[in-house]
Ligand binder design. Structure first.
Ligand code: ADP
Ligand code: MG
Length: 291
């Protein structure tokens, strides 16, 4: 199609009648109102993929819940929404209530909002585009508008903690920081390799630039729990060339039982005897001490 009268930006008058600014502002107000009962919002990021963000998000929530706290998780990783599977809420139904969608709840009482409960693994998550074949152009816009809709249309209720499981991508941490604003703090996850620490370090720098509050980092897979002797053995070589100029909140060993429980959707049944769970309990207690 040939467009004959192409306007320059200077010719465009107002919003063309769409009231786009008013609409965005009222959505923002709705999100603000819906989150008004949330005392603390912590985003779990990394920049790196596959380092245990989702696993530790759920386990931290689990420990906070065990301390009697009201906790929910927002799975913001739309392309890899694994919290539904880990928490056993894959088949959860979203029931509309008076004040928005009622949060599905895991067996141990953690509210779970994950697209993994809506879209089965056999289907690609699609940010459908008005420009067919050009979905890359609209990706961030669509993704954050879906996130806004989820925040504005869910009944989050009164929560001590809302944990947000972030997608990978160092510069994406900053996008989420700008999206959530001052209400959110960050915990970064790394594994003990320079390959991972390097990416996490980039994420931290990006977050610093946006003036975000970064609580510290957790070193996941810091050793592994030997199935035979139950002791914690080293997993990665001690090759710390890249140091993170950030508080280390704790180290979590790789626990094969924990991996299995995540796959089976029973990650809330972890044993208190596991050194991984004990480390997480300590991190949760430290978080509560400063809340
Ligand atoms: N400390 C741990 N002990 C056992 N398995 C773990 C641990 N951390 C992560 N895993 C496993 O590693 C895989 C990747 O973890 P995941 O949380 O999905 O990473 P991410 O969210 O960063 O992509 C999952 O199969 C998970 O069960
Ligand atoms: Mg994940």
């Amino acid at each position: 199609m040939e467009v004959k009268d192409i306007k320059s930006y200077g010719d465009l008058d107002g919003d063309g009648g769409s009231q786009i600014i008013e609409q965005v502002l009222s959505l923002k107000e709705k999100v603000q109102a819906k989150l008004s009962g949330v005392k603390r919002m912590i985003a779990i990021g990394s920049g790196k993929g596959g380092v245990g963000k989702s696993t530790l998000t759920f386990q931290l929530a689990n420990q906070l819940r065990k301390c009697g706290k009201a906790v929910a998780i927002l799975d913001a990783d739309f392309n890899g929404p694994t919290i539904a599977q880990i928490s056993g809420t894959k088949d959860a139904k979203f029931i509309p209530g008076e004040n928005g969608l009622t949060l599905p709840v895991s067996k141990n009482g953690i509210g779970i909002m994950s697209i993994g409960s809506l879209v089965p693994e056999s289907e690609a998550v699609d940010f459908s585009s008005v420009a067919q074949g050009d979905s890359y152009i609209w990706r961030a816009t669509k993704e954050f508008s879906v996130l806004t809709d989820i925040l504005a249309n869910t009944n989050w209720g009164e929560l001590d903690f809302l944990l947000v499981d972030l997608p990978p991508g160092a510069e994406r941490c900053r996008q989420f920081a700008e999206f959530f604003g001052k209400r959110v703090s960050f915990i970064l996850i790394t594994i003990p390799s320079d390959v991972s620490r390097g990416v996490v370090s980039r994420s931290y720098e990006a977050l610093k630039e946006s003036g975000s509050d970064v609580i510290g980092f957790i070193e996941n897979m810091d050793g592994y729990i030997c199935n035979d002797c139950k002791s914690v053995k080293p997993l990665f070589p001690n090759n710390k060339k890249i140091q993170l100029d950030l508080q280390r909140l704790g180290g979590i060993p790789f626990d094969p039982k924990l991996a299995l429980m995540c796959d089976r959707g029973i990650a809330d049944e972890t044993s208190e005897k596991s050194p991984a769970v004990q480390s997480l309990a300590k991190i949760a207690a430290d978080l509560l001490a400063v809340s």
